[in-house]
Write a protein that binds this ligand. Structure first.
Ligand code: GLA
Length: 510
């Protein structure tokens, strides 16, 4: 029924794409039973078998929260829970990309135009809009004006990343879609490096309205545990101590990043941008409106003073020079004569829309607490990375775990008190995890719900998990049939996103 990919490829353009696109794997991401099930469903929905599969992991962030968009490195780990896509090229008469889900009841099918310029409808969020984001994002690689001349796609989605749990199920979907589109759409400019794909996927997710910093997409593309830095994306692999287990537990308070972005996530991004400008003015740096991240302020100060300016000094400067809260009128006093409209010369048109939405909902902006959190958290990331590296050499494992745990606890307090991105459920859960013997526990991801991650020593893991199970039984209402292994699990570093092209024989098995 379906042609093998090799038969379909046909053009020299496509074979060059296939040979240069990273992420291609020869290992099928599914058991053969699962693959057969996917193929059967695909055939029922689309009348043919898939040409290839893409798989992209979710992530748990170990430390470094809300600092990627401020220009600082973070330390996430890719999870073995993934989003996958089975994909085929549609017949040439089809002009829309169709997206189906294995669980059609919970995720009704949708479609979007083949034209990568088509806008994502803002009025109502639909799950498959993340697929459209990735599709549009893949075309950003094409420096010429993209015009899609290839076939439309037929896509079936499934996966194991718990939703709204702060584990990046949406970014994994964007990554999978970006890769799927890059793989099968002839474009002249194909990224050769994983870092470039991560950057495309970050930009892609911006189409849905969050002003994310790129952590989720980078770790999903690159996999394992890494210190990820930005502008441009670059990473440092981190070996976690073998005596440590990182346990993820879902507070079951949904964290839907895109839904209340104008008062939560994007509000923090705008506060960070405003604080950068106000701090730059206080430090008498030139061209204050050009600053959009705290890292830029730090770098400019270092340049002006011709010496490195450490993060803890930046923290002190933020404490000294910033007020806790500013109204727009206060900000005007500091940034005048420029008016609000001129304050974001660096913003894209998409970003201007998001900034406008934040402004409409805001009565004031908290600047000092946000800046202090970011500078201190950026330092904690490096301390965490150093403690892991030293553990490899000569530190005692127990003292390494204590150090890592203390950093995670400090990160949580800072997220709660200075960044105000926690919630009562996450505070209670992290506290209980510490009471049960975790050396550190903190919210992970954007916050305002979702999951926490706890550092537990391997020898205490069983008692910790038992205690946590009791806590859920008495304190957290579980929906009927909810799977405990989805709510609470030990994270294991996992490889990044991959594309797997089956042989026609494999497809024929279905
Ligand atoms: C979300 C964003 C990331 C990052 C985290 C907070 O997951 O997608 O870019 O900002 O929140 O650390």
């Amino acid at each position: 029924m379906s042609l093998s990919p090799a038969t379909r490829a046909g053009t020299s353009m496509r074979s060059s794409i296939v040979s240069t696109l990273p992420c291609l794997t020869t290992t099928c991401p599914f058991t053969s039973e699962h693959q057969t099930n996917i193929n059967t469903t695909f055939r029922q929905r689309y009348g043919q078998f898939p040409d290839f599969y893409v798989s992209a992991p979710g992530r748990v962030n170990l430390i470094g929260e809300h600092i990627d968009y401020a220009g600082y490195g973070v330390l996430p780990m890719a999870l073995s829970k993934t989003v996958w896509m089975a994909v085929a090229r549609a017949p040439s008469s089809v002009h829309k990309i169709r997206v189906e889900h294995m669980n059609a009841e919970q995720f009704p099918a949708g479609s979007f135009p083949k034209d990568p310029q088509a806008a994502i409808p803002n009025a109502q969020h639909a799950w498959y809009h993340y697929v459209q984001c990735g599709y549009k994002g893949a075309w950003l690689a094409d420096t010429a004006t993209p015009s899609c001349t290839g076939n439309a796609l037929q896509i079936l989605v499934g996966g194991t990343i718990p939703l709204a749990a702060g584990l990046s199920s949406s970014s994994a979907l964007v990554v999978a879609s970006t890769l799927a589109t890059l793989y099968c759409t002839p474009q002249p400019t194909i990224p050769h490096r994983l870092e470039e794909i991560a950057e495309l996927a970050r930009q892609a997710e911006g189409f849905i309205g969050t002003m994310g910093g790129g952590m989720d997409q980078a770790i999903s593309v690159m996999g394992q545990a890494r210190l990820v830095q930005f502008d441009p994306v670059r990473t440092l692999p981190v070996t976690l101590p073998p005596e440590a287990v990182f346990v993820v537990a879902n507070s079951l308070t949904p964290a839907e990043k895109a839904v209340a972005a104008h008062v939560c996530y994007n509000k923090r991004v705008v506060e960070m941008m405003l604080a950068s400008k106000v701090l730059a003015r206080a430090l008498a740096l030139p061209d204050v409106l050009s600053y959009k991240t705290f890292a830029q302020v730090q770098n400019a100060l270092a340049k002006q003073q011709d010496r490195p300016v450490p993060l803890d000094e930046m923290q002190q400067l933020a404490r000294r020079h910033l007020c806790e809260e500013y109204t727009e009128a206060d900000l005007l006093g500091v940034l005048s004569p420029a008016a609000w409209e001129d304050w974001f010369p660096h913003a894209s048109s998409e970003e201007r829309v998001r900034i406008g939405q934040v402004r409409e909902a805001a009565t004031s902006y908290v600047l000092r607490g946000r800046a202090v959190h970011v500078y201190a958290e950026a330092e904690r990331v490096w301390q965490f990375q150093r403690a892991c590296a030293l553990n490899d050499d000569d530190a005692s494992p127990a003292s390494t775990l204590d150090t890592l745990g203390a950093l995670m606890n400090a990160s949580h307090v800072s997220c709660d008190e200075l960044y105000e991105c926690s919630c009562p459920e996450l505070n209670a859960l992290t506290q209980r995890c510490r009471d049960l013997g975790a050396l550190g526990s903190r919210l992970t991801g954007a916050g305002w719900g979702g999951s926490c991650v706890s550092l537990v020593s391997t020898k205490h893991l069983d008692t910790f998990l038992e205690g946590l199970k009791d806590y859920y039984a008495t304190n957290v209402s579980l929906a009927k049939g909810q799977d405990w292994n989805e709510i609470c699990f030990s994270a294991v570093p996992t490889p990044g996103a991959s594309i797997y092209v089956p042989t026609s024989l494999e497809n024929g098995k279905a």
